[in-house]
Structure formats: structure tokens, C-alpha cells
Unconditional design. Structure first.
Length: 135
């Protein structure tokens, strides 16, 4: 009896991260013959998809800039830090920042990519590489 297994891994354009040996890596794509990376990776329906190669970013990004979003008091939501992180490969990525309570982001600090659970499903986010608390 032949049992066919179906790959249930989400497409890179739908879930632009993967777990590699216990570390989360971000996925981007590069058009063959062109410099620069595209994030998130192009979907398979893109006319340029066939010209692209998938790249795993396993480097350490640095915090380029951030802001803290404060919701309306009626929403009863905690402030949320959002930031731009620069990868050495030349890619700048926008994501949620997950910092320990009482720890503020610092421009130029090293970050690590992580996956955060949300009510709508998992998302990629950045956390400080060095978790020590700073007053």
C-alpha cells in the first residue's frame, strides 16, 4: 500500500520564517542576477517567482529604529513596541518588539528573531539578543 504524505509547511510568502536547528531564521528572496533581497518572499503566483531563489537569513539583526504604539484607553491594550531591524545582508524588516517588562529598546542593539503567539496565530518578532535588564 502506498501512502502519500502531503507537505503541510506553509509557503514562505505566508510564513516567512523557519526553525533551523533550534534557531528561527527569516526567509527572503533574491531575483537571479539582481542585488538586494525582497521580504517577504514573493508568492508562487508572482510573475517573478520563477526568477527568484529563497535565502535564509541566519545573521544577527540590529535595531535601526522603533516606536511605541499606545491604544485608546477604551481598547484596554498594553502599549506595543514596533521596530525596524537591519540585517547584515542589506535587508530592513519591520516587526513587533518583544522586550521584558521594564526594558526599553536601544537603537543599535543586537536582536534575535523569535516567533510570538497571538490570538490570530504565530507571528515573527524581534527580542533583544542580550536579555539582561537595563534601568
Amino acid at each position: 500500500m502506498n501512502i502519500t504524505t502531503q507537505d503541510t509547511t506553509p509557503a514562505p510568502s505566508e510564513q516567512p520564517w523557519r526553525d533551523r536547528n533550534g534557531r528561527t531564521v527569516l526567509l527572503a528572496c533574491r531575483r537571479k542576477g539582481h542585488e538586494g533581497l525582497h521580504f517577504p518572499p514573493l508568492p508562487a503566483t508572482s510573475p517573478l517567482f520563477a526568477e527568484c531563489e529563497l535565502i535564509e537569513l541566519d545573521s544577527t539583526p540590529m535595531l535601526y529604529s522603533y516606536t511605541v504604539v499606545h491604544s485608546s484607553p477604551k481598547a484596554n491594550k498594553a502599549p506595543q513596541a514596533l521596530g525596524l531591524a537591519d540585517f547584515p545582508e542589506g535587508l530592513r524588516v519591520f516587526a513587533r518588539l518583544d522586550y521584558p517588562q521594564g526594558r526599553s529598546p536601544r537603537i543599535g542593539e543586537a536582536l534575535r528573531l523569535c516567533v510570538s503567539d497571538t490570538p490570530t496565530g504565530p507571528i515573527y518578532s524581534f527580542a533583544p539578543l542580550n536579555q539582561e535588564s537595563v534601568a
